[in-house]
Design a protein around this ligand. Structure first.
Ligand code: PAF
Length: 282
């Protein structure tokens, strides 16, 4: 596996692969890799000739009160994981490579409205940062396929929208959420959970599953279902950001006649912010 820090070197490598008609799959990450990331890589490996993974803790997607400084950085062990997973190239840019004019007065990509809903309502500027960095990486790498986890459903939805509206020639592939045995969605931030918090961390998943079950059996009282789940979580010691039932295809609030739904939730257990979602077809 080649490790590259410089944009120009990565561009040359990709140009060489493209000149040999090889397809390129790209998995963007912030490192601190776990089995969920390995599943993204395995999907890319299965369908592309070459696989590139980036590790970049992107400052513009963290608001001032978030964990940018503390975000786990484990590049050496991540590198071993990626070698074992058969990755061809690891892209490790520095902040100044991706934001040559700094992160303040810089071009940003934004989807007005959606950027302030759901997780965006609780993470100021988060999705502008995500879209901007993913757009930069796609411009650098020009991959054929981009692999993102379905756990971050809103992120996946917004990246798909950006790719479509900015006419970026890449296929966006959503990979199902990878879970611990008790249902907890895998996330780099799970390592913030204390021993006391860990056993109840899967309650977010189970609350969303309970709503999904109720929706499948015809319940259309969305507001009551959402409020009940948040109350249950808060009684267990979480601080719920939101639990919402939305439509899969446009992420608008669901109506009773809608058939393809997604139940999304985010809740904090002290320092750890957990997110999850369940797809419902009925
Ligand atoms: O999901 C993530 O890890 C990040 O938001 C991403 C897509 C790598 C952009 O920084």
């Amino acid at each position: 596996m080649q490790s590259l820090e410089h944009v120009t070197k990565l561009r040359s490598l990709v140009a060489e692969w493209r000149s040999q008609n090889q397809t390129i799959g790209f998995v963007p990450t912030m490192g601190s890799l776990h089995a969920g990331h390995c599943s993204l890589v395995a999907n890319a490996r299965a369908s592309c000739d070459r696989v590139v993974v980036s590790i970049f803790v992107n400052p513009t997607q963290f608001s001032a009160d978030e964990d940018y400084a503390d975000y786990p950085r484990t590049t050496d062990s991540d590198r071993q994981v990626l070698i074992k997973s058969g990755v061809d190239a690891l892209f490790l840019p520095r902040v100044e490579d991706l934001y040559p004019n700094g992160t303040g007065r810089t071009t940003m990509v934004s989807i007005p409205g959606l950027n302030n809903e759901l997780c965006g309502a609780h993470r100021d500027g988060h999705f502008d940062g995500v879209l901007t960095v993913v757009n930069k990486m796609l411009n650098i790498l020009t991959p054929h396929a981009l692999f993102l986890g379905e756990k971050d459903f809103q992120q996946l939805f917004m990246v798909r929208q950006m790719v479509s509206e900015l006419m970026i020639p890449v296929e966006v592939i959503g990979v199902p959420t990878y879970r611990e045995a008790d249902g907890l969605a895998m996330s780099s931030r799970n390592q913030y959970l204390t021993v006391a918090e860990r056993p109840k961390a899967n309650s977010l998943y189970h609350s969303l599953c309970a709503i999904a079950q109720s929706l499948r059996s015809g319940n259309n009282d969305f507001t009551t279902l959402e409020n009940q789940a948040m109350t249950t979580l808060n009684n267990l010691g979480f601080v719920s950001d939101y639990v919402e039932i939305r439509r899969q295809y446009d992420l608008a609030r669901a109506e009773p006649m809608d058939k393809e739904l997604v139940v999304l939730g985010a809740a904090r257990l002290d320092k750890t912010r957990l997110i999850d979602n369940i797809l419902v077809s009925r």
